[in-house]
Design a protein around this ligand. Structure first.
Ligand code: GLA
Length: 385
């Protein structure tokens, strides 16, 4: 922190700096259900993005990231908040500024901002939603605004969808904006009703397994899955009044599924419906301290994402299958969009060292490069420090 402060002062010759933080997230279960109007069960982690900021007297905005020092300070004006390719990562905070102004929040001065993030890059732990939300709380703080947190979350998603052009759901911004220490959030993405669930794993830890395979293709395949699910809804609408797959129970889906002529589309829809059911069951299992059932549901989730939704890939499958073989593993699955990035496992605390050693070895032997492992602490959502 002190180091970041001194970099800020050197770069911007201002010392009245304020500090803000937004976490990354993992999703315990409920994958590719958010844009299908289903349930998700994510939590905020203690890795995240820091923003050190001070207002300016003029309309100039200077942004610098300690993660991309080669890009230097990127400068733009409050009078031109259009997306620009050459502005690179700065488009995320710029989009937030623009949409908050458009939503009626008075942001009428420039600012100097230093960002620093310790979320592993490209790992699927939502570094982009993290930078959106840290910008949100920063603007709220600097300009004395009162922004309903759910509105800030929605504006973050709008930046992703409309400014950046990734058609993602609301889970990441919601988890990062609304997270609470020690708790996961069961969110109904259809109504945005939510509930906090304490994560008390007693003698277990949540381990993040980073495949170090960047999520290539993630955006295009992601959009393809969305379209496939929309097609399934369109087919089923001829037989039942629904707006999203999240409205169907497993039993209703089983009765109707024969009406989807295309086998691939049928499997995509099956994942969305069953995963939604699993997410609700997982939350109940956790309430009853039934970790074994929770782990089993995680494993089933991965299998469904692998075989029916087809968003895992060799790296995620290798690491998760290696995790399943370890003594002390309660459950393991990919987390986030897939196609690379991270998986998570719940592991007995005193088996964690062996787990990391063995899974790491099996992964490197098969894939040819190393995986990274981090133990998760569930932290708070975006805030001023
Ligand atoms: C990405 C998206 C989320 C969600 C997940 C898959 O993280 O940003 O909205 O769809 O993938 O569950």
């Amino acid at each position: 922190m002190e180091q970041l402060k001194s970099i800020f002062t050197k770069k911007f010759h201002q010392s009245n700096v304020r500090m803000f933080f937004a976490p990354g997230r993992i999703n315990l279960i409920g994958e590719h259900t958010d844009y299908n109007g289903g349930y998700v069960f994510p939590c905020a982690i203690t890795f995240g993005t820091y923003a050190l900021a001070a207002k300016r007297e003029d309309k100039q905005i200077n942004m610098y990231s300690e993660n991309f020092p080669d890009k230097g300070v990127i400068t733009f004006s409050l009078d031109d908040l259009n997306y620009k390719v050459e502005d690179d990562w700065v488009n995320y905070p710029k989009g937030m500024i623009r949409y908050l102004i458009e939503a009626g929040y008075p942001i009428d001065n420039g600012m100097d901002v230093l960002f620093y993030g310790n979320i592993p890059n490209g790992a699927g732990l939502s570094s982009s939603a993290s930078i959106e939300l840290v910008t949100g709380v920063m603007l709220e703080g600097l300009f004395g605004l009162t922004i309903q947190r759910v509105e800030m979350v929605r504006i973050g998603q709008k930046v992703e969808n409309e400014f950046i052009g990734v058609n993602s759901g609301i889970m990441d911004q919601f988890a990062i904006g609304m997270g609470k220490e020690g708790k996961a959030i069961l969110l109904d993405c259809n109504t945005l009703e939510y509930e906090y669930a304490p994560i008390e794993l007693e003698n277990h830890r949540i381990i993040i397994m980073n495949t170090n395979k960047r999520r290539e293709l993630a955006d295009s395949k992601y959009n393809e899955r969305r379209t496939e699910c929309e097609l399934a809804v369109k087919e089923l609408k001829n037989f039942k009044k629904i707006n999203s797959l999240g409205e169907l129970t497993v039993a209703q889906f089983e009765k109707l599924q024969g009406q989807i002529p295309n086998e691939v589309i049928r499997r995509r829809a099956k994942h969305a419906v069953y995963e939604n059911e699993r997410t609700k069951l997982a939350k109940t299992a956790l309430e009853h301290h039934d970790l074994a059932t929770f782990g089993k549901l995680m494993n089933e989730s991965h299998i469904s994402l692998r075989d029916d939704y087809e968003v895992t890939g060799k790296e995620l499958d290798t690491i998760v299958e290696a995790a399943w073989q370890q003594e002390g593993t309660v459950g393991a699955r990919m987390t986030g969009a897939g196609f690379g990035g991270c998986a998570i496992a719940i592991v007995e605390t005193d088996k964690v060292n062996d787990f990391i050693k063995n899974v790491g070895k099996m992964y490197e032997e098969k894939i040819g490069y190393k995986a990274d492992f981090y133990s998760v602490t569930i932290g708070d959502g975006a805030k001023e420090l």
